[in-house]
Design a protein around this ligand. Structure first.
Ligand code: SF4
Length: 350
């Protein structure tokens, strides 16, 4: 489906919205003021392909750390601010690239005005985020509880506060832990405004369940042409969030980078330890950034044939296997050498 046209905003060197590539975000879970740990985690996230990182700014020490963290990393940082507008001002002072703050949570319009003025001077966008768990009572009463209407109208109220100050450098998120509500809320939002949308299923859960919920929710929206940047929320290592986010984009043809592994489910014909080979291959090939498809198949009968669209692959035999390239057999290798040979051949590919 055609992508919904949205306005373009800029977070550091990344453009979000319009026809720009959909970016993958994550959030650090280190103490932001622990600069070394935060930088180390961001480096791991950068290596995994994270485009933009968000950090919790909970006090002045966190805000001050932004300056040193920025010097050591290569991706833009967004400050996540809860209520204290002074932390937003400090974050701007120390070089933040984007803010996540709700204008309705920070008190007077004068404070909002100060923030928007400082953001305008430095071209810093603001993300407005409505969470299904924190909708104001007046919206819950007016729209009969937590649903897509109370979420969207809450967001529109926050948007209006910024628009009244002639501030339009905005992106929106509408997060719920319920997948169906997430889909309905973002679908409705995309009909009533053209600000770029930051997609996420919030509190999605531990890695396995969270990956499924996020893939269904975010994947459905992206397939509908909705969404400009994504964050997968998982209870675990944030690197996993980035990996899942990138795989969702790849599966929809929205990211043409990096290696894709396809593998067969195994069956009674499998005579090698394919499951172990696939698990090891995933790790070994993790940092190879070639845009190729690697097939790891259990048998020679169906292997090269079923996977002929793959650039390179393995087809298992009895204690041995074939390495094939574009459906043509390259060589026969003993089972114990299959993985290393596959990696060698991948490294040789252009
Ligand atoms: S590729 Fe071969 S081993 Fe794998 S599932 Fe298909 S038939 Fe079975």
């Amino acid at each position: 489906m055609e992508r919904k046209k949205t306005r373009v905003i800029q977070v550091g060197d990344k453009l979000i919205g319009g026809n720009n590539p959909i970016t993958v975000q994550s959030m650090t879970n280190t103490l932001t003021k622990d600069i070394q740990s935060t930088v180390n985690q961001i480096h791991r996230l950068e290596t995994a392909g994270c485009d933009i990182i968000r950090m919790a700014i909970s006090d002045f020490e966190d805000a001050k750390a932004i300056k040193d963290i920025k010097k050591s990393i290569n991706i833009p940082i967004i400050a996540d601010i809860q209520y204290d507008y002074r932390l937003a001002m400090e974050s701007i002072k120390y070089g933040i690239d984007g803010l996540r703050i709700n204008p309705g949570n920070i008190g007077s319009m004068n404070k909002v005005k100060e923030i928007t003025k400082a953001c305008k001077e430095k071209n810093i966008p603001i993300r407005i985020g409505v969470n299904s768990g924190s909708i104001k009572k007046e919206f819950l009463d007016q729209y009969n509880g937590v649903n897509e209407n109370s979420m969207v109208y809450s967001a529109l109220e926050q948007i209006r506060l910024l628009e009244e100050l002639d501030f339009n450098d905005i992106k929106i998120s509408l997060k719920a832990s319920n997948v169906q509500l997430t889909i309905k809320a973002y679908s409705k939002m995309s009909q009533v405004c053209d600000y770029p949308l930051h997609l996420g299923v919030t509190e999605a859960g531990p890695t396995w369940r969270g990956t499924i919920k996020s893939s269904v929710g975010i994947g459905t929206l992206l397939a509908m042409g909705i969404g400009d940047t994504i964050r997968i929320s998982l209870t675990g290592d944030p690197v996993e969030e980035v990996k899942v986010g990138r795989e969702i984009l790849k599966s929809l043809g929205l990211l043409n980078e990096g290696l894709e592994i396809i593998s067969c489910p195994t069956c009674g014909r499998t005579k090698i330890d394919l499951i172990e080979i696939v698990e090891k291959a995933e790790k070994k090939l993790e940092n190879i950034n070639k845009h190729i498809t690697v097939a790891i198949m259990g048998c020679p009968v169906n292997g090269p044939g079923e996977a002929k669209e793959a650039d390179i692959g393995i087809a298992g035999g009895n204690g041995e296997g074939l390495i094939f390239v574009k459906g043509k057999i390259l060589k026969k290798v003993k089972e114990e050498d299959l993985l290393d040979e596959l990696v060698n051949e991948i490294e040789k590919l252009d």
